[in-house]
Design a protein around this ligand. Structure first.
Ligand code: OAD
Length: 237
């Protein structure tokens, strides 16, 4: 049953929502990050321990690229929906970019954020907008040698899963936008939402790996499909 404290609508976004802004997705057969890098090298604690310089560089380059991109119509439409719905909408993103925020939305970054550093000495996470390496010192404990990108790597627990699970099990509607359904736990959100009877919609360029689990599908670019869906949703509030 819907509680007055939980969102009615949960939206999950993935790399596809930022693709038209110019940020590569992970699994695009030509330009995807995982065509050029091995995830085990740059997105695991073991890869970081073995080749820290490569890992710092991978995230430093991606952080710097954020200066050259801007939110597209899909990010802007979701921010408009959040303005209308307030707490009744929870936006969860797997993306580590800041395009939702720059469009005016407040989102939960389950895989962390490029523009944050995490100190492995004291556990503090803080905004860090420029390049950094092991030589840089933590803002809180002032020790160097402990900073890592505050992003969630394979084998690590995504952020705020309890809050997300409660929202999924209590929502009326779940919408996934621009995600391949290849990485759990996010790929399983559709099943959690369905467990309590939520209706489900996938908006993606092509059917995802978990497409069959959704009630509805809208295939096409996020910059076209998301504004259309948002306008329909706003009209039905
Ligand atoms: P993927 O690269 O796996 O999938 C992107 C999805 O977006 C694909 O299904 C594309 O078809 C779709 N897509 C591409 N362009 C689109 C557009 N213009 N409009 C709509 N859809 C479009 O990215 P994610 O699903 O976000 O995790 O990847 C999930 C996780 O895997 C990432 O957060 C990352 C990665 O490994 C970690 O690094 C831990």
């Amino acid at each position: 049953m819907q509680s007055s404290l939980t969102p009615r609508l949960v939206v999950l976004t993935g790399a596809g929502i930022s693709a038209e802004s110019g940020i590569a997705t992970f699994r695009d057969p030509q330009n995807g990050f995982w065509q050029h890098f091995r995830p085990e090298d740059v997105a695991t604690p073991e890869g970081f321990a073995a080749h820290p310089d490569t890992v710092y560089e991978f995230y430093n380059i991606r952080r710097a690229q954020l200066a050259d991109v801007k939110p597209n119509a899909a990010h802007i439409a979701l921010a408009k929906l959040q303005q209308a719905m307030g707490d009744k909408l929870l936006i969860v993103t797997q993306n580590v970019d800041d395009l939702h925020e720059r469009a005016g939305a407040s989102v939960l970054h389950m895989h962390g954020e490029l523009k944050r550093a995490l100190c492995q000495h004291c556990g503090e996470s803080f905004v860090w907008e420029s390049d950094f390496t092991a030589a840089d010192a933590c803002e809180r404990c002032h020790k160097s040698g402990g900073l890592r990108p505050d992003v969630v790597w394979f084998g690590e627990m995504p952020y705020q899963m309890m809050k997300i699970d409660i929202a999924l099990y209590n929502c009326e509607r779940f919408v996934a936008i621009g995600t391949s359904g290849a990485v759990y736990p996010a790929a399983g959100f559709v099943e959690s939402a369905r467990a309590n009877g939520a209706s489900t919609l996938e908006i993606n360029l092509e059917p995802s790996d978990v497409s069959a689990l959704f009630d509805g599908h809208r295939l096409g670019p996020a910059s076209e499909q998301v504004p259309l869906w948002v306008d329909e949703t706003l009209a039905s509030l």
